[in-house]
Design a binder for this molecule. Structure first.
Ligand code: GCV
Length: 651
């Protein structure tokens, strides 16, 4: 008997930790076919190890095999389509190397869920489906809530964890990741000039094995910072040449490099505006430099005035993306993708869909979500964001009679990553559902968030029906609960400045970031209709009218669009203020309900996981009570209007 070699890893494998199945179909005992590509080989390896973990001992068989088997049929081509179909009492997986990989993972997932003959034919909705890491070269992570970077520890590192990370991404359909922060500083600058060429190459090659492309964030002023030039003006020939030469070297060294991500003219980052050039002139110069190597440029639209005087009521940050980019539609090169945050401001728990998404008829756009829970509980609170992503992808922009949904008007999708080097990757064990769900939804935006949650739960915690039902229930309720005890009705931004955790109702009010609610003892909110900042006019006619009207505006966004008195009657007859009081009280109670539901799973889960999540719930409840008390007390003191139900509204 072979001695068993145990490899110790200091992290879990999340949903890839396949569990034993009491029964598996006969065909899982044999695999026929020897893929030639690296991704195809990875598919075979995943099937062999995954099936083994589930309790089958698949044997690799020759072509003439007549017994039921899994047949791997690899055909050349770079497309990602995957097919699984019935074949000789078994199944055949067909596709390019990547297709086989997606097919293999799909089959493993379906078998784990108890589906014996999962036939599937699927292509991803978007060719770019990726995660953006805000990892810094020193190993810290901007807005990271799950430990340190596993890509950097002073310099780039490639380890077994990099491989498992690539497996996790591929297993939920993702095909790219940008490994460093859009705020490029310190030695991360050197990623561009090849200072870390060997390390970068290893990371790139490891990711490539699982069909994951490497992207890096670059600084627009690199020609000055690294090239010793006096300017980074995109129209300067020396600058253009510097980018061409630098890109040629880098793309030659790193074969799996897909392109660059750039945050320009945003929150102090350099950009074309410094030289009086447009965003298109800046982006196109870079895009042209990388175009010969098939490179793509992801150009962020998070451009706004971050030095606003709070007394200035004319400037509305929500308008900024459209004001800057809508007039430039059609002016970007073909290999440019405009990266647009899902809402007009910044990843709040509820914002309207960014109107810019409706203005880009002739420009590639990429939606940017954030699964790092910067404003949504920082992975100490449970907040399953997939239903929100789905709502946004399903949203009708009302610009066209057909193919009008956001999901039909974008060319790519990304999310700011929620991972780090914590044992469980995401800090909160339940936050991994956001990673898995974002992957599945960016492959297929018609997928159902509740089904994704249930699938993730079975893959992660096993198939005990009570566990699946409870975890799915907790996840599906979590966003609304979080919204209620923090910032309901679209008001946003009452968090502590800087770290963005916990309540501080006036923390941002007299600051420079353009995130004001302008509450007085009489009214609260910013008027964004035509009589106010005019932001509503950035939407199509129908939506503009709907949002501008206090009666028609969806209630959950009422304070995003309108400035209203506290006694404004809500649809159910309560006053605006009473609704806010109630939401905070109820939000806390509902959070307690989620926590109690988790408690009832004691004995049904791995005790370490159970305890970790219980600890997170303890903190969530502490913080939910703080939100309830701070916001309600602040409003009570401002208005002197008591809670109609006579509850104690101060701590
Ligand atoms: C990476 C917000 C965050 C910043 C982040 C920025 C961005 O402002 O607080 O940490 O910077 O968004 O998306 O660029």
């Amino acid at each position: 008997m072979q001695p068993k070699v145990v490899i110790f890893v200091d992290y879990s494998l999340l949903w890839l930790d396949w569990r034993k199945k009491s029964e598996l179909p006969e065909y899982t005992k044999r695999i026929v076919g020897r893929p030639a590509t690296r991704q195809g080989k990875a598919a075979l390896r995943e099937l062999l190890s995954g099936l083994k973990a589930m309790g089958s001992e698949p044997e690799e068989c020759g072509k003439g095999e007549t017994r039921p088997a899994i047949h791997l049929t690899e055909h050349p081509g770079s497309d990602e389509k995957a097919t699984i179909r019935r074949c000789c009492d078994g199944l055949e997986i067909l596709g390019s190397g990547r297709g086989l990989l997606y097919g293999a993972f799909h089959l493993l997932r379906r078998l784990a869920l108890g589906d014996s003959f999962p036939e599937w034919e699927s292509s991803p909705a978007y060719p770019i489906r990726m995660l953006d890491h805000w990892d810094n070269a020193d190993g810290s992570i901007e807005r990271g809530y799950a430990g340190h970077s596993f890509f950097f520890n002073g310099k780039p590192v490639c380890s077994e964890r990099t491989r498992d990370y690539a497996r996790l991404l591929a297993s939920c359909g993702l095909n790219g990741c940008c490994i460093n922060n859009v705020n490029v500083h310190g030695s991360a600058l050197m990623l561009l000039t090849g200072g870390y060429q060997r390390e970068l190459k290893r990371i790139s090659s490891t990711l490539a094995e699982y069909g994951v492309s490497l992207w890096i964030s670059v600084s627009f002023s690199s020609p000055i910072e690294l090239g010793g030039l006096q300017t980074a003006d995109p129209l300067d020939p020396a600058v253009q040449q510097w980018w061409k030469d630098t890109s040629a070297r880098l793309f030659a060294e790193i074969p799996n490099l897909a392109g660059f991500l750039v945050k320009a003219d945003s929150e102090g980052r350099p950009g074309p505006h410094t030289y009086g050039r447009t965003q298109a002139e800046g982006a196109n110069m870079l895009a042209e430099a990388i175009e010969p190597f098939g490179g793509k440029l992801l150009w962020r639209c998070f451009v706004y005035n971050c030095t606003q005087d709070w007394r200035d009521t004319k400037t509305d940050r929500a308008r900024a993306q459209c004001d800057h980019f809508a007039p430039l539609d059609g002016k970007f090169r073909e290999n440019v993708y405009l990266q647009i945050k899902n809402g007009p401001v910044d990843f709040q728990i509820r914002e309207p869909v960014s109107p810019l998404l409706g203005h880009l008829e002739h420009t590639n756009s990429m939606i940017e979500f954030q699964i790092a829970q910067e404003y949504t509980g920082q992975q100490r609170h449970v907040c399953y964001l997939v239903p929100m992503f789905k709502e946004i992808l399903d949203f009708h922009l009302e610009h066209k009679p057909e193919r009008d949904k956001v999901s039909e008007n974008i060319s790519a999708a990304c999310a700011v990553s929620n991972t780090g080097d914590d044992f469980n990757w995401t800090g909160h064990d339940l936050a991994a559902a956001n990673l898995f769900g974002f992957g599945l939804l960016s492959w297929d935006p018609t997928a159902d968030p509740a089904e994704i949650a249930a699938e993730w739960s079975v893959l992660t915690f096993g198939d005990d029906p009570m566990v699946t039902e409870t975890v799915t229930g907790i996840l599906m309720r979590s966003r609304n609960v979080y919204e209620k005890y923090t910032v309901p009705l679209g008001i946003g931004w009452m968090c502590v400045p800087g770290n963005h955790y916990g309540p501080s109702p006036e923390g941002y009010e007299y600051d420079r970031w353009g995130t004001y609610h302008r509450a007085t003892h009489k009214e609260i909110g910013v008027e964004r209709g035509p009589g106010g900042t005019g932001f509503t006019e950035q939407y199509s006619t129908g939506l503009a009218a709907k949002y501008a009207s206090i009666e028609d505006c969806p209630e959950e966004l009422l304070l995003f669009f309108h400035r209203l008195p506290y006694d404004h009657p809500m649809k159910d007859g309560r006053t605006l203020l009473q609704r806010i009081y109630d939401d905070h009280f109820e939000g806390y109670e509902e959070a307690k309900g989620l926590s109690d539901a988790w408690d009832r799973l004691g004995g049904r889960l791995d005790p370490a996981v159970y305890d970790r999540v219980r600890d997170r719930f303890r903190e969530q409840l502490r913080c939910a009570a703080e939100w309830r008390d701070v916001i309600n007390t602040w409003l009570y003191r401002l208005t002197l209007i008591p809670d109609e139900k006579g509850r104690r509204i101060y701590p």
